[in-house]
Design a protein around this ligand. Structure first.
Ligand code: SF4
Length: 142
C-alpha cells in the first residue's frame, strides 16, 4: 500500500467535460503513464520519476481546503492514476474529510482502464484507447 504518490499538480477548478461539467472540483493529477497515446496533451506526466513523491496526507490537506472553498468532489487524474494502488489514498480521503455533520468527500477518477481497479469511487470516467483497451472490469461497468 502506498502512502506517497508522485504528483504533477493539484488545483481547484471547474470540471470542464462530461456529465459533471461546470461543477466545482479539486483535481489531483498523478504522474505515471505507460499507455503512450501519440496525441497525449500531458506527456509531462508520463515519467513519474520527474515529479515529487508527496504524502497522501499532504494532498488531502489541500482537498480539505478546496472543499471549504466550494469544491463538491475531487478528481484523481493523470497520467494514468490507476498505475498506482489507490486503496490507501481513497480510504484516507474518506476518513480525513468526514466530520460529525460532514459526509465524506466524493471521489471521481479519470482512467483509460488498462490497469486493475484499486480504491473506491463515486464516479468513474473511462477514456478507452484502441491501442491499449481497458480491462473487463471497466467494460462491465458500462
Ligand atoms: S492514457 Fe491519458 S495520460 Fe496516458 S498517454 Fe494516453 S492520453 Fe496521455
Amino acid at each position: 500500500m502506498t502512502n506517497f504518490l508522485p504528483l504533477v499538480e493539484q488545483f481547484h477548478s471547474l470540471q470542464g467535460e462530461g456529465y459533471h461539467a461546470g461543477k466545482s472540483a479539486f483535481f489531483v493529477r498523478l504522474a505515471g503513464c505507460k499507455v503512450g497515446c501519440s496525441w497525449c496533451d500531458t506527456k509531462n506526466s508520463w515519467d513519474e520519476k520527474k515529479h515529487p513523491s508527496i504524502s497522501i496526507e499532504k494532498i488531502i490537506d489541500r482537498i480539505k481546503i478546496a472543499r471549504k472553498k466550494g469544491a463538491s468532489f475531487c478528481v484523481i487524474t493523470g497520467g494514468e492514476p490507476l498505475q498506482h494502488n489507490l486503496d490507501n489514498f481513497c480510504k484516507a480521503i474518506k476518513k480525513m474529510t468526514t466530520g460529525e455533520e460532514q459526509k465524506p468527500m466524493k471521489i471521481h477518477i479519470e482512467t483509460s482502464g488498462v490497469n486493475s481497479i484499486s480504491g473506491s469511487y463515486d464516479w468513474i470516467t473511462l477514456s478507452p484507447k484502441r491501442h491499449s483497451p481497458p480491462k473487463n472490469y471497466f467494460l462491465k461497468k458500462l
